[in-house]
Design a protein around this ligand. Structure first.
Ligand SMILES: O=C(O)CCC(=O)C(=O)O
Ligand SMILES: [Fe+2]
Length: 434
């Protein structure tokens, strides 16, 4: 299964930071006080009070959702907690990450240049087009208008939007042109072919025929003359979903990959490199780790060294396919926050917490209070305590995800962020309101 988070609520909500925390009241009294918080029509089926957390089960998901909406961002009354406790809602859901993750499948005809085991997980390369298809695609593309405005190489843009390679953002001024049907059909064939072999196919570009998804598909054509290249980059997480497909026409070029290692939450350290020859008529599929956490690029040169031989480059035309992210603002769900432009400090509040198997997403960052909490959790804390607060935040969410996801997965939970537990003075918290 490709990465495909599914979200579904349950009727159980968990309040973290409010439980029998040394309060000197009887359990029954505490339960009465806690129940009295909720409107009378919220039918509470069960209350389970544990040290530091309370689980509330309601008669239906609808009621749980109502309580969730009512309590989003509010501070619990003092009779329940002596310390200020902000209720933050999180949705814990299972991120169905390809379990292996996807094997590297490199066509036996291709030169990997590096042992296949060094290639990023989530990379597939296979020979795809026949000569007639390659030449008819080249004829088709050469009959269209090439654009020379953005970068040294010539480009064409189709589908949902054009990319401005200089600013690495969408070029919304450019009129959109539909993706040629031939290209669509070919990719649909690739997908059928791979799926028939049991190979994971990204959930992104051209993965389904749903009109609302197809409307977000995007194709870029790049032309490289010998000497041209493209700088190492990761296609912006904020713009595109998982799944980047690159079809190569005309000439083989070596593509270089580099893993982004993050041994600190802020500082990326360059990781291992590897290279792969992309033969003409091949299709490269990057998903998961390969798409989100490895850069890809083509060195600007006229020859490539392939197994000790110097091979001259010719004219190469590549077709890259992506799908624009949905949502306003679009939020990325990858497991590589340090490579993710939706999460780099200062760029946006930190909206996701991740663990190995689950992704928990804190919802409703629109309100000031939510933003404070999210910022405290990550972006706005000072460098020294950022890691610490982040870890505290993660720990609280992991507790929830582990406790709740096992019996009722996926589920909805409420996270209350205990400012005092995080050891961040309220004064400091207030600084982040703006
Ligand atoms: O031309 C290629 O093979 C790479 C293109 C690419 O990286 C992109 O369009 O994002
Ligand atoms: Fe790219």
């Amino acid at each position: 299964m490709p990465y495909c988070p599914s979200v579904q609520s349950s009727d159980t909500l968990c309040f973290l930071g409010v439980g029998m925390k040394g309060d000197d009241v009887a359990r029954s009294e505490w339960e009465t006080r806690f129940r009295s918080l909720f409107s009378t029509d919220a039918a509470i089926i069960a209350v389970q009070i544990l040290p530091g957390k309370t689980y509330m089960t309601f008669d239906s998901i609808k009621t749980a959702e109502k309580v969730r909406q009512e309590w989003q961002g509010r501070v619990l009354p003092r009779r329940l907690s002596r310390h200020p406790v902000t209720v933050l809602f999180g949705r814990a859901y299972e991120a169905k990450i390809n379990p292996e993750p996807e094997n590297v499948i490199v066509d036996p005809l291709a030169d990997t240049l590096t042992p296949a085991t060094c290639l990023p997980k989530g990379l597939q390369l296979f020979m795809f087009l026949n000569e007639a298809e390659e030449s008819s695609l080249l004829t088709l593309l050469d009959s269209k208008q090439w654009d020379k405005s953005g970068v040294t190489r010539r480009t064409q843009h189709y589908g949902a939007a054009a990319i401005d390679f200089r600013s690495k953002s969408l070029d919304t001024r450019r009129p959109t042109v539909p993706i040629p049907i031939q290209c669509r059909d070919l990719l649909a064939r690739a997908r059928r072919q791979q799926q028939a072999c049991g190979v994971a196919w990204p959930s992104g570009p051209l993965a389904d025929t749903d009109a609302s998804c197809l409307g977000r598909d995007q194709m870029t054509v790049n032309e490289y003359q010998p000497g041209d290249g493209i700088a190492a980059h990761i296609d912006a997480h904020s713009l595109f979903e998982d799944g980047l497909l690159i079809m190569s026409l005309g000439s083989a070029y070596v593509m270089d990959f580099r893993e982004q290692r993050h041994n600190d939450l802020q500082d990326g350290e360059a990781g291992p490199r590897c290279s792969l020859l992309l033969p003409r008529r091949s299709l490269l599929v990057l998903q998961g780790e390969a798409r989100y956490n490895w850069t890809h690029g083509l060195a600007s040169r006229k020859t490539d060294k392939v197994n000790g031989r110097l091979v001259s480059r010719g004219r190469r035309v590549s077709l890259s396919f992506r799908r624009l992210r949905n949502g306003n603002p679009p939020l990325c769900e990858c497991l590589f926050p340090a490579s993710c432009d939706k999460r780099i400090p200062g760029n946006s509040p930190f909206p996701f917490i991740f663990s190995t198997n689950h992704v928990c997403r804190v919802e409703g960052l629109e309100t000031v209070r939510d933003r404070i909490a999210a910022n405290i959790a990550y972006g706005a804390a000072t460098n020294n305590d950022r890691r610490e607060t982040f870890e505290v935040f993660i720990t609280s969410i992991l507790v929830v995800s582990h406790l709740l996801l096992l019996p009722f997965q996926p589920t909805l939970c409420i996270l209350s962020l205990h400012l005092r537990d995080l050891d961040i003075p309220m004064m400091k918290a207030r600084c982040f309101i703006h």
